[in-house]
Every structure is written in C-alpha cells, then in structure tokens.
Design a protein around this ligand. Structure first.
Ligand SMILES: Cc1cc2nc3c(=O)[nH]c(=O)nc-3n(C[C@H](O)[C@H](O)[C@H](O)COP(=O)(O)OP(=O)(O)OC[C@H]3O[C@@H](n4cnc5c(N)ncnc54)[C@H](O)[C@@H]3O)c2cc1C
Length: 463
C-alpha cells in the first residue's frame, strides 16, 4: 500500500500484457495483478486434470444458469493465450460494419484497424498450416468439404517452431506450450514489459475497486488467503469479459449496462467413429477452417478440432459401459465442431455473496444456426465413410466477450470511445469485455489490436 503506482492493470491476459508493455515503455510506474499462477515451459501441468484445475477458474469450467453451456475461463499469467489455439484472424467487413452500427464508433473499419493488426503481428511469429501438416482428422475435414462442395482453408497460427518431426502434438499445448513455440503473451509481450519495469504479482485476486480522494484503491487476496491493497492514479481493467463485470458489480459500480451483452460463440462438437485409425490428437491437430460464405450468412463456422481425453469424455453423451466402450475407440474418432455467432446476448450478474450468475441461452435464431452447422457436419462425416455419428449435447463457450460494451451512447454502453469508463475517466478497458456483439471470428488478434490502440490514446491523455 505504500507505493503509489501510475497504473494498476488487473489481469494478465493478452490485453493486460499489451497494455502493460505500452505503459511501461512510456515510463509509467505499473503494477499488474493476476489471480492465476505464473508458469513457464518447465512448470506447465502435464496432465489434463491438473491443467483443468490449475489453469482455469471454477476448477476447469463454469456453467450458465441452466447448466447447458460451459464456459472455459483462463486463470493464469498470459490468460487465454496460454491455453488457446493461437488462431489469429482479422475481422472481415461484416464484423466491423455490425460493430460500427451497434456502437456508433467510426474507427471500427478495415483501414484503421489494419494499422493495429499489422503492429501486433510485429510482435508475434505466424505460421500457415499447409496441406503437408494435415493429420487424419484434417484429411477427413478437407475430403468431406470437397465432396459436399463447401469451401475451407488452411489456418494460420501464432507459433514459431512446433518441430512436428520430433513427434510433438499441438493438443498438448492446450495446457501451456512446453517448447515455447506457441506465441502466448507470456513469452512475446510480457517479458518486454517486465524488462521495462512492470511489477507483476500473480496469485492475487482483485475483489474490490474503490476511489478515495481521487486515488484508486485496489483490494484483494492472495491464493493463500492473505489480504492486501494497492493504490494508483489510474486503473486498467483487463480481467476478461466475466472478470471485469464481476469485479465492477461487486465493487457496486452502478451503470446498469455492466454485465449486459455477454456473448461466447457457443460451440458443439460432433464425433464420428471410423473403421480405420484417425489419431485426431496427433501432430498439428487443428489445421483447417470453413471459409464458406453461406456458412457465414447462416452465422456458423465449422472447425477441425479435437479435445484432450478428459474433454472428449465429458462431451461424449452416455454413461457406464456404453460410454466406456466408445472412449476405447478414441483413436478411431474424427471430430468437427460448429461454433455459432450468437445473436441472443447473455447477462452476467452476481449474487448477494459476490458469486457469479450467468444467464445465457440460445434463442430460435441461434438454435437454427447450430442445427444448420450440425447438418453440414453430418454430410461431411457420411460422405467420408463414418460408421457412427455422435452429436455432443453439451455446449462450450471459449470466446467470452462483452459485459462492458464500448459505445458512443452513454445510455447503452459502459466504455467510451476513448476506452475509459463513462463517469470514471481514469479507469480504462480494451479487452474482450468491450466487444459490442459477437463477431463470429476468433477474437484475440482484435483484442490485442484494440489494446494497442487504447494504450496509445491513454498515454496521450495522461501525459
Ligand atoms: C481453449 C480455448 C481456445 C481458444 N482458442 C482461441 C483461438 O484459437 N483464437 C482466438 O482468437 N481466441 C481463442 N480463444 C479465446 C481467447 O483466448 C480469448 O478471447 C482471449 O484470451 C481474451 O483475452 P483477454 O485479455 O480479454 O482476457 P483473458 O485472456 O481471459 O485474461 C484475463 C485474465 O484476467 C485474470 N483475472 C480475472 N479476474 C481477475 C481478478 N478479479 N483479479 C485478478 N486477475 C483476474 C484471469 O485470471 C485471466 O488470466 C480460446 C479460448 C480458450 C479457453
């Protein structure tokens, strides 16, 4: 409490790390507080159970009120960039047009955002995952798309050298890359911020934010229970869509829009069992994506993915012997996932004792998109010789967005076009929580680009 910081950054995900780097480079005295642990390539968990419990909130998964959508919310230094698939995509015109319409903000356009996308990609190594890297699952994906006349494309991923020839499997890096190939914020941008003087405190969960005589006081507790507080002239919220809403609601900020407009690109996996071995977990396990404009029009995309055994076991319907017999065929399974661009916004609230309550349902339009995607998946599996097709009944949300929507109209938003909170000019945010709706495209490159843009505006405003 003795030190007065210029800026406290809450959350060490991609947004927090990019903001921290820009602030420290500009000479601001910065503290970053992160609830998760600070792992490195030698210390990442090496099995699914440890990874789920140590890298995520809620012991691995948090549920909506109706318990039919599970949210995977990272809790680790580096945030989602430690556990994600590092697929970095630029938004298309469709996504920006809809953001401009709903937010009234003009800088959501290709020309302005391209500058920041390019700037982010100076810090990250990218590799195109061409046909030579397709594993059994990707080959089925490509063959099925061709047979049904759908369009697909190779993916581009933030990675430097996965050395597949040494037998490395990318599915492992869903619990942290142990060869530092995946371009997580923890190995790309955070080390630069630390070098510039950033103080990082991990395993510290912020529970309250208040302002006293113009000074921001950030209170919380370490994972071992000890309480502490820190003070600063300015605060940056970077604890992700759910984290920011929860913190502001528990801190009694009274903008009625906080927690509203929550989106998650809900996705459902379909598995197919083949006579031959597929080994969907091997090598570069996700190399292809759908690029069909008809799919985009119907608000869904198909992904060539697989999940580690615990994930597959959870998604596979059934219990007891039936489930066990199916799991024994895991090496014969192919998997395609449909992710929808959800139209029905959810609502993040907190209970009287500060716990999360997430209301998130699919409406008729969302269900139609999901069904259309599953029908296309069935066509792909059938045309490639699947013996049995199993649709996962449980939906997952990985892209957690909204809750602090950015917008030019105070009555409809939480964050101003200058990335400060309405009525709180020294509290800033540019992470996934400012998304005004679901873009239907991988979000993290845009989160980093917006964080670059925001930090430049904020530094100008402060100095
Ligand atoms: C399995 C998986 C795969 C994904 N794949 C992709 C992909 O391929 N491409 C893509 O673009 N996106 C992907 N995503 C989504 C992407 O990772 C997120 O959109 C992105 O990480 C969000 O960045 P952020 O900085 O807004 O928040 P986060 O990355 O969520 O970081 C927020 C951080 O704040 C911390 N925090 C929260 N509350 C508090 C608190 N009260 N006190 C202190 N710290 C707190 C959290 O612990 C967390 O570390 C994936 C996500 C998952 C889970």
């Amino acid at each position: 409490m003795k030190t007065m910081y210029d800026m406290i950054i809450i959350g060490a995900g991609p947004s927090g790390c990019f903001m921290a780097q820009a602030f420290t480079q500009a000479g601001l005295k910065c503290l970053m507080l992160e609830a998760g642990k600070h792992f490195n390539k030698q210390t990442y968990p090496t099995n699914d159970l440890d990874a789920n419990s140590q890298l995520y909130w809620g012991g691995g998964i948090e549920l909506n009120k109706t318990a039919d959508i599970g949210f995977l919310r990272p809790k680790v230094v580096g945030g989602g960039s430690i556990v994600n698939q590092a697929l970095l995509d630029r938004f298309d015109d469709n996504a920006f047009d809809s953001w401009r319409n709903v937010s009234g903000i003009e800088f959501f356009n290709q020309e302005t955002m391209s500058y920041y996308y390019d700037d982010v990609l100076k810090d990250i190594k990218m590799q195109k995952l061409g046909p030579e890297l397709r594993n059994g699952n990707a080959k089925i994906f490509a063959e099925g798309f061709e047979k049904n006349g759908y369009l697909c494309d190779s993916l581009e991923r933030g990675q430097s050298n996965c050395a597949y020839e040494n037998g490395n499997d990318c599915i492992e890096c869903l619990r942290g890359c142990r060869i530092d190939s995946k371009q997580s914020a923890a190995i790309t941008i955070l080390p630069r911020a630390l070098k510039e003087g950033l103080r990082l405190i991990s395993e510290f969960e912020v529970t309250n934010l208040k302002i006293k005589e113009g000074i921001h006081i950030v209170e919380g507790r370490f994972s071992w229970g000890e309480q502490a507080s820190f003070k600063a002239g300015h605060v940056t919220l970077a604890s992700g869509a759910i984290g920011n809403s929860r913190l502001l609601l528990n801190s009694k900020f009274n903008n009625p829009n906080i927690g509203r407009g929550f989106y998650s690109h809900p996705q459902a996996m379909s598995l197919a069992i083949y006579d031959q071995e597929i080994n969907a977990h091997k090598g570069a396990f996700q190399t292809m994506k759908s690029s069909d404009p008809n799919f985009r029009l119907q608000n869904f995309k198909l992904e060539n993915v697989f999940a580690p055994p615990v994930g597959i076991a959870m998604l596979l319907p059934g219990i007891g012997k039936v489930h066990q017999e199916r799991m024994k065929r895991i090496t014969h399974m192919a998997c395609i996932e449909v992710a929808i661009r959800d139209q029905n916004p959810g609502h993040i609230t907190v209970t009287s004792d500060g716990n999360l309550k997430i209301t998130k349902e699919l409406n008729e339009v969302d269900r139609k998109s999901l069904k259309a995607g599953q029908q296309a998946i069935h066509q792909i599996f059938k045309s490639t010789g699947a013996k049995e097709i199993i649709d996962g009944e449980f939906k997952i949300g990985l892209h957690l967005m909204g809750g602090l929507a950015i917008g030019s109209t105070r009555s409809k938003s939480v964050v101003t076009p200058n990335f400060s909170l309405y009525d709180f000019p020294k509290i800033f945010c540019a992470d996934s929580s400012i998304f005004p709706n679901a873009p239907g495209i991988n979000p993290s490159l845009t989160i980093m680009a917006l964080s670059k843009m925001a930090s430049q505006k904020i530094i100008k405003g402060i100095s």
